[in-house]
Design a binder for this molecule. Structure first.
Ligand code: NAD
Length: 361
């Protein structure tokens, strides 16, 4: 990546070069990173693999799957050579494969930690899907293993790469409408009853509304307000007890921020909702939808339209993360960002267990 001398000196000063972060610089000859997708379920199949056909700074170089029929289909469809196809047993042999620079963990949530750590120990940079992991201790361990192995770790919070969302974040940082006072964030969809049989319906696999969709509301509250919450009170509700036996169907949580702002957040696997509305001292601004794969749009109290088009969110995210790795810079959404959310998620669960008691974070 071309880096001017002045930019390099600036980056060293900020500690954001490969040198500063302790990351190895890639050989100068690489202008695109090879990505291996781990777990070829819905998100890999329908969103990430198609997006990797549009990316300019990375490409789909390999796959990890436990299903040999799927492996054959993907090899044909995406022209992936057999030497870049792994299963969960021989995964660690990735260490010897120079075609793979990044491992993208797209597995059920309870497996994020294991495969992030194995990838890091194999010397590969890691992109890990949200939510980062079931516990804050898991997240902390993942960050440490990536640091110890000098690889970059990024969490798949695609909204932080999305330009309308970035505009909303700027309004907060620059106090365009004054200080943020309140916000509401709602993220949910109606899951079919079959969820009870899938990993999203199982507590031991990191299922439930809060882990699946609630982290969008929570992450939005944190990026829109730009502070870390200091307390939370939360409640959960279930309208289909036979389906949601182990995990939450709907969770409502109120976050208190140190500057006085309050966020009313909701998440559900029984209600379609997708709104972020920020109330500030001198006006309001909102995005609806705020977390869909496309068509993010919104408006402001003074009549501005937020409607910047993005061709493909996942391609934008993966290109941004690839460029950061090639430049030896910290990713836009590092592991710490996932960890901060999971610390709050743990406090939310604690409050729910205590029937809405206010929990300090
Ligand atoms: P999925 O169930 O469709 O796919 C999971 C894949 O993992 C399957 O191919 C399955 O075979 C494989 N797998 C390997 N070991 C497994 C095990 N022990 N148990 C169950 N499955 C196993 O799930 P998905 O919707 O693709 O979600 C995967 C991850 O991606 C999750 O962390 C989810 O939160 C995340 N995701 C993110 C977004 C986003 O917009 N960023 C969207 C959807 C999903």
């Amino acid at each position: 990546m071309p880096t001017t001398r002045r930019q390099f000196i600036h980056d060293v000063a900020l500690g954001t070069t490969a040198f500063g972060m302790g990351l190895p610089l890639l050989p100068k000859t690489k202008d695109r990173l090879g990505v291996a997708l781990v777990g070829l379920g819905y998100y890999s199949r329908d969103l990430l693999a198609p997006a990797l056909q549009l990316t300019k700074s990375c490409y789909l170089a390999g796959i990890v799957t436990g299903n040999s029929q799927k492996a054959d289909e993907w090899m044909k469809k995406y022209k992936i050579p057999a030497k870049n196809v792994y299963n969960y047993q021989n995964f660690d042999e990735l260490a010897k494969n120079p075609d793979i620079d990044v491992v993208y963990v797209v597995l059920p949530n309870h497996l994020h930690r294991e495969y992030t750590e194995r990838a890091a120990r194999a010397g590969k940079h890691v992109w890990c899907e949200k939510p980062m992991a079931p516990t804050a201790a898991d997240c902390e361990a993942m960050i440490k293993v990536c640091k110890d192995n000098k690889v970059s770790l990024s969490i798949g919070y695609r909204m932080q790469h999305e330009p309308n969302t970035q505009e909303l974040i700027r309004f907060g940082r620059q106090k365009t409408y004054g200080k943020v006072k309140m916000l509401t964030a709602s993220a949910g969809f109606v899951a079919g009853d079959s969820i009870s049989q899938a990993w999203r319906g199982k507590q031991s696999m990191g299922g439930g509304a809060l882990f699946d969709m609630g982290v969008y509301s929570l992450n939005a509250a944190r990026y829109a307000i730009g502070e870390e919450p200091v307390a939370v009170s939360a409640q959960k509700f279930t309208t289909r007890p036979a389906v949601f036996k182990e995990v939450d169907e709907t969770t409502l949580f109120t976050l208190e921020f140190p500057g006085g702002a309050v966020a009313q957040c909701s998440t559900s696997l029984g209600i379609n909702m997708n709104t972020l509305h920020v109330t500030a001292e001198k006006g309001w601004y909102r995005l609806e939808p705020f977390q869909s794969y496309n068509g993010i749009m919104g408006s402001t109290s003074d009549g501005k339209l937020l409607n910047i088009k993005t061709e493909n969110q996942q391609a934008l995210q993966m290109d941004n993360d690839s460029k950061a790795i090639m430049a030896g810079k910290a990713p836009l959404v590092p592991g710490e960002e996932g960890w901060k959310d999971i610390k709050v998620v743990e406090a939310i669960f604690k409050s729910v267990a205590l029937e809405g008691k206010r929990i300090s974070i």
